[in-house]
Design a protein around this ligand. Structure first.
Ligand SMILES: *Cc1c(COP(=O)(O)O)cnc(C)c1O
Length: 440
């Protein structure tokens, strides 16, 4: 993008000026439409998501066996929804903004196996690939005993096959751990911002880690290039994968069940607001899609991004999607929220979200750290910085007068996307940074 084009865009979309100045802003999506139309336009159906859900159920007995931490949920990888009333009070006081509705946290930080939202899509895609291979090779049928995936016959088959992925970290953890468990030959291409402990943990599990001095897009591009040259290699394409998207979308039916168990209705008078931290878009996009299937026009989804990496915000505002990078507008894509350090969004997801997303908003790193410490102090919950991007959502929605956001009957569900895998010493450092900012 040249300087003239940039100036034209800023003239057309004045909010871009604030985004360039790294202010925390909310963008309302003018293309947001009725849910039925949006879902129909997506080309993805409820049956597609159900197929993903059924596949996860087939694998549940295997998962329960090989990951004993999932035994309590019978091999279904799911996280709790937790009410966080003390955090709500602290938020409202800090921002001097009343939150009349209920504040809930979706605790994907506590998802078993890899401790982040990536345990949804990432693990699903690996399982689907394993199932496809096993059926092709006559090892199993869909109504067979899936605990057999741990048997040598299966492992020998998978050892001849490769899986590769490019990642800032958490997707690499999910794909790496699941693939290695099944016996695949797996390579994770990691960007410069990926944390050392993630690389160490993967290597410990027998995963090949290739490091790049460059950012996420470069790691993905290199990974894709190397994988394409090898017919036995399956590349998990974070930017374009329908399977990842469907794996995330299964969250919709799970949330519906969980809210029902809590005795919560979602309807016109009881709207659900959901705030999803967004990197390349697959995780939040898939989850939002799954929620739209369940709750239609009564769920209002927002994506949250760092002020230094608002790639989906810029991509959707301009309609340029993956043809624009945050660096085109002078932003550096440097953020401590490593799960969100993405400069160019997924066009696949951005286009599907055009009629379904309420809006996007941005969050400064300082805010994420401050809120990280706040929720540790008030609720004793540890989240990684990226996972706090959702937390200012209720404030943004209420201050920007999103319809019904300030209703006492509104539910605000913040998607806590990760945290339990972060080593304690790293978490102590995060906590300390937030404490320092809080005192200022
Ligand atoms: C990956 C990630 C996200 C965002 O998911 P995308 O699919 O990249 O948009 C949010 N939070 C955490 C902790 C993540 O690891």
């Amino acid at each position: 993008m040249n300087e003239t084009e940039k100036i034209d865009w800023i003239e057309k979309l004045p909010l871009l000026k604030k985004i360039i100045e790294k202010q925390e802003v909310l963008w309302r999506n003018p293309l947001n439409s009725d849910s039925a139309t949006g879902i129909a336009q997506s080309g993805i159906t409820a049956a597609d998501v159900k197929e993903a859900s059924d596949r996860l159920k087939r694998f549940a007995p295997y998962i329960a066996n090989v990951f004993p931490e999932t035994a309590a949920t019978n091999g279904i990888i799911e996280s709790p929804i937790t009410a966080i009333p003390k955090m709500k009070e602290a938020l409202a006081a800090t921002y001097e903004t009343a939150i009349p509705g209920e504040l809930l946290l979706k605790q994907d930080n506590a998802l078993p196996i890899s401790g982040s939202i990536k345990a949804r899509g990432g693990i699903y895609e690996v399982l689907k690939h394993a199932e496809t291979l096993a059926i092709e090779h006559g090892l199993i049928e869909q109504d067979g005993d899936y605990t057999r995936f741990a048997e040598p016959e299966f492992r020998n088959l998978f050892a001849k096959h490769k899986i590769a992925v490019g990642s800032t970290g958490n997707l690499g953890l999910s794909i790496g751990i699941m693939s290695a468990k099944l016996g695949f030959n797996v390579t994770v291409h990691m960007s410069a911002d990926a944390k050392q402990w993630k690389k160490d943990l993967l290597r410990e599990k027998g995963v090949t880690v290739v490091e790049y001095a460059d950012d996420y897009s470069k790691a993905v591009e290199e990974g894709r290039r190397q994988a394409e040259a090898d017919p036995l290699c399956h590349f998990v394409d974070d930017e374009n994968s329908l399977d990842l998207f469907l794996g995330y979308a299964v969250a919709g039916e799970r949330v519906a069940e969980q809210l029902q168990e809590r005795g919560k209705k979602v309807d016109e008078d009881n709207p659900l607001f959901v705030y999803l931290p967004c990197g390349v878009g697959g995780g939040p996009g898939g989850v939002a899609f799954g929620l739209k299937l369940q709750f239609g026009d009564n769920v209002h989804c927002f994506f949250a991004e760092p002020t230094h990496s608002p790639c989906m915000t810029i991509g959707m505002m301009t309609g340029l999607h993956d043809e624009v990078s945050v660096t085109d507008f002078g932003l550096d894509n440097q953020t401590a929220a490593d799960g969100l350090a993405v400069g160019t969004p997924s066009a696949f997801v951005g286009k599907k979200m055009e009629p379904l997303l309420e809006g996007c908003y941005t969050v400064a790193d300082e805010t994420m750290f401050k809120l990280l410490t706040m929720i540790a102090d008030t609720e004793d919950i540890r989240l990684e910085p990226s996972a706090l991007a959702g937390m200012t959502g209720p404030i943004q929605a209420i201050r920007n007068e999103m319809p019904k956001a300030d209703a006492p009957s509104a539910m605000h569900l913040v998607w806590g996307t990760g945290g339990s895998m972060v080593p304690e010493n790293e978490m102590d450092i995060y906590y300390g940074i937030g404490k320092g900012i809080g005192r200022k």
